[in-house]
Design a protein around this ligand. Structure first.
Ligand SMILES: Cc1ncc(COP(=O)(O)O)c(C=O)c1O
Length: 398
């Protein structure tokens, strides 16, 4: 089928997409149906932590598909038990609920917090979230998000998500009332343009929430599973949240997400939570293979050193072209462009066979595979350098 004959109109229009049709992926590369190769620094929005179609995920899926795919969430299965146990052993949590995507895991976190409030805090149900935060696209998670573009959409919103400002403890304190049950945030606001919560803020927030009897909920859907050089980013701030959500990287490319909580907070009763595909062994087998690889200390160390390399190269590029700061941690970084030229850079890089992401009009976000090589980073930087040089020259001529 050629590009002209693809039935594009069969899909609902949900976003502007280039008219390339991808058919194969391997590591840091994707191929379209014309055989053209692209170097991918988006990786499904930080999903493919081991790159495209990693052998260990393909093998785990193939082996599990032959054994058992879905026995029903009404029965235990060995893979979900093994993955839940492995997550508990690697974290500060004691119970796991598996979901299919990040929004569903966050929806579960919100429900768990509200249940906790109903049982232990006189029905308190408000969860303080943050301006610029992003928690998903269900009605409750859009309401919990602090994304400006969501504000006019799908009214009426789900109530109970007052917004504080990131790294501003007083703005959180001001919103606490008898109706508050918890505070929910991303350790790094990814969609907003990669804005990190400082370690200090996270520690102060943990102290404040403890002192006021509130739950601390961390959305580690983008930062978790090795992305920042720690298995979970909360480890860096040396805090222990009450609830954490994982998604994206946990499945290495397949739809898998998780809601983790301490024993004290795990208060769902029968009938409160569930889902047909939740914890199916096929996805959990992939998750187990990924976790085994990513949790190895040498792997996490390499994420940190590769991240520092990428950060250094981006900083050099920024100085060369008079751009702004480089933000983020590990392999979740942003380059501030100081001008609304991100979409144009992404389009030009695409023409040169490099996939980049622009979360904001003036910022590029980099979320390559966690095993991206330095040569691949150099190729991406060369491409960006030539695009920026061309754009600079065009501005000069104009
Ligand atoms: C921090 C964060 N939370 C939640 C989500 C929603 O995840 P999903 O798209 O898998 O529902 C995302 C997705 O980008 C995210 O970055």
């Amino acid at each position: 089928m050629t590009n002209a004959t693809h039935p594009f109109d069969a899909l609902m229009e949900i976003t502007a997409r280039p008219r390339s049709v991808f058919v194969r992926g391997e590591g840091s590369f994707l191929w379209d149906d014309s055989g053209r190769r692209y170097l991918d620094f988006v990786q499904g929005w930080a999903v493919n932590c081991l790159g495209h179609s990693p052998q260990i995920v393909a093998d785990a899926l193939a082996a599990q598909a032959k054994r058992l795919i879905t026995p029903s969430p009404a029965f235990y299965n060995d893979m979900s038990l093994k993955l839940a146990q492995a997550l508990i052993e690697h974290s500060c949590f004691e119970r796991v609920f598996f979901a299919n995507c990040g929004a569903e895991a966050n929806e579960g976190a919100i429900k768990l917090a509200r249940k906790y409030g109903a049982l232990h805090k006189n029905g308190a149900h408000e969860i303080i979230t943050f301006e610029g935060g992003f928690h998903g696209r269900t009605l409750a998670t859009m309401s919990a998000s602090g994304k400006k573009a969501f504000e006019p959409l799908f009214e009426p919103k789900v109530q109970g998500f007052p917004k504080a400002r990131l790294n501003d403890l007083a703005s959180v304190e001001r919103l606490i009332s008898d109706g508050t049950v918890g505070v929910m945030l991303e350790p790094i606001q990814g969609e907003a343009g990669v804005w990190p919560a400082t370690d200090r803020f996270l520690r102060d927030l943990r102290e404040l929430t403890k002192a006021r009897g509130l739950l601390l909920i961390l959305d580690e859907i983008q930062t978790g599973v090795g992305r920042t050089g720690k298995l979970f980013d909360y480890e860096r701030a040396e805090i222990a949240p009450d609830i954490m959500t994982l998604g994206k990287g946990i499945g290495g490319g397949v739809p898998l997400a998780a809601l983790l909580a301490t024993e004290a907070v795990s208060c769902f009763e029968h009938g409160d939570q569930g889902g047909t595909f939740c914890g199916n062994p096929l996805m959990c087998a992939a998750g187990l293979a990924v976790l085994k690889r990513v949790s190895a200390p040498a792997f996490l160390k390499s994420v940190t050193s590769t991240g520092l390399y990428l950060e250094g190269e981006l900083q050099r590029l920024s100085v060369r072209h008079g751009l702004g700061e480089v933000r983020g941690r590990g392999l979740l970084l942003a380059l501030d462009l100081k001008m609304p030229i991100a979409a144009s850079i992404v389009a030009q890089a695409f023409e040169e066979g490099v996939l980049l992401n622009a979360p904001k009009s003036d910022a590029l976000r980099f979320m390559p595979a966690l095993n991206v090589t330095r040569e691949e980073i150099d190729s991406m930087i060369d491409c960006l350098d030539s695009v920026l040089t061309r754009m600079g020259a065009a501005r000069w001529v104009a």
